[in-house]
Design a protein. Structure first.
Length: 427
């Protein structure tokens, strides 16, 4: 059978009856899950169904790691395209676009051949999802190797089955810090959680994965076995009660990704994986169409990456220092509105009770609550203070300054920083 045409992966046949699926995105120093990679995974799964191989070993072709996550600029572009779709068809357009990776990974784990991942370096986001969809995971025991699903940190959720596979493997208690806070699984902790099946010294991961594949293992995930018994709805809901309460206290209800993830686990885990991933995608689509993820991708990913790169070089633009100083000055002058600022999510202004246990449409500060009006007033004053600084600045410089305001002054990340907020419809 001829090899499939691939662009981000390549298939190598070492002559031992196995296929090596090598993730090696061209022109990149680190693998990311792009649109092209999603297409490749589907083609690989279909090829494996018919190929005369004993199993497949997925590994990276780069020394920098397994996969750093999704190509977020592509998600940004998809978001723009989906918003041009007439509103009654927008949900379906988003669902069909983003569900393709879920379907590709599901096809991979049900292709009838055992699949093992040899993870050396970071496997985050889509890379973590790919590893979790493998039947066997070998992880190197070094400080640079870990499996994680950090999507919540940029306002999203793991939308390719991660909210379903991880708690099925590790249990709800161990899975939630990874899903909600971006905790990574490494070394013996990954082994103890069931996220890794074997931990080896660097350089031994391929041999260990091949050894398992050549032992004629049954190519089934635990949740696809006849004896798999899903947790009951009551059990899952009870396990999530303290997690949900803690999430409310820390987020005040401003970060919808947190509650979307909790819903994915609560409503998906008692189902079959097929039902769970569809429930997950429903939550993902409702989430991605909100304003918070877009603001957070722009600031907490694009802005952060540029900020950290320039900070290492000592080349941060002077707009950063000026913006931080302007925001700090307005906040210091607004101490009388501390309660409203705390409710809006500014750090350093005291603790307040959670505002809502479900994320309603739109930002909380758009509500009729008197504290929301006061918070909007302070945000408007910040906008006035930074407006002169923004004149003639590039979008990149403003993203960096937004991230600096979140990081250094405690500006609420869900609003994306003063410049992102000023450009929003609510400002």
């Amino acid at each position: 059978m001829s090899l499939p045409q691939l662009s981000e992966f390549r298939i190598e046949l070492p002559g031992n009856g196995l296929a090596h699926i090598v993730f090696d995105a061209p022109g990149r120093s680190m693998n990311v899950f792009s649109e092209a990679a999603i297409v490749d995974i589907g083609r690989i799964a279909r090829w494996l169904e018919e190929a005369d191989v004993k199993g497949a070993l997925i590994r990276s072709g780069k020394p920098t790691g397994f996969c750093a996550g999704a190509n977020l600029p592509e998600i940004w572009a998809a978001y723009d395209t989906i918003l041009t779709t007439p509103k009654p068809r927008r949900f379906v357009a988003a669902y069909e676009h983003f569900f393709r990776l879920s379907l590709a990974l599901r096809a991979l784990e049900t292709c009838g051949k055992p699949v093992a991942s040899a993870v050396a370096g970071l496997a985050l986001g889509g890379g973590g999802e790919l590893a979790l969809a493998s039947h066997y995971r070998v992880l190197t025991d070094d400080k640079h190797a870990a499996i994680g699903l950090p999507e919540s940190l940029v306002g999203l959720l793991p939308g390719a089955g991660g909210t379903q596979r991880l708690p099925r493997l590790a249990g709800v208690e161990k899975a939630m810090p990874a899903l909600l806070d971006g905790k990574r699984f490494a070394g013996e902790a990954a082994l103890a959680a069931g996220v890794a099946n074997k931990v080896v010294k660097p350089g031994e991961e391929i041999a260990a994965a091949e050894s398992w594949l050549l032992s004629s293992p049954e190519p089934l995930q635990p949740w696809d076995r006849e004896d798999w018994a899903p947790a009951s709805p009551a059990e899952v809901s009870a396990a999530l009660v303290p997690v949900r309460q803690a999430a409310l206290r820390s987020s005040l209800g401003h970060y919808p990704a947190v509650f979307a993830i909790l819903d994915c686990v609560e409503f998906g885990l008692p189902q079959s994986l097929e039902g769970g991933i569809r429930s997950e995608m429903t939550s993902f689509v409702h989430l991605v169409l909100r304003p918070e993820p877009r603001s957070m991708i722009q600031t907490m990913f694009l802005g952060r990456v540029d900020y950290e790169r320039l900070e290492r070089k000592g080349q941060l633009p002077e707009v950063v220092e000026r913006t931080v100083a302007a925001v700090r000055e307005v906040l210091e002058a607004s101490r009388s509105e501390a309660a409203a600022l705390a409710c809006a999510g500014f750090s350093g202004f005291g603790d307040v009770a959670p505002l809502r246990d479900r994320c309603l449409p739109g930002y909380w500060i758009a509500s009729g609550d008197v504290r929301a009006a006061r918070a909007r007033d302070v945000l408007a004053r910040i906008g006035e203070a930074v407006r002169p600084i923004s004149v003639g600045r590039s979008d990149k410089d403003l993203r960096i300054a937004d991230y600096a305001a979140v990081r250094q002054v405690g500006y609420p990340a869900y609003l994306g920083g003063p410049y992102t907020y000023a450009a929003s419809k609510i400002a």
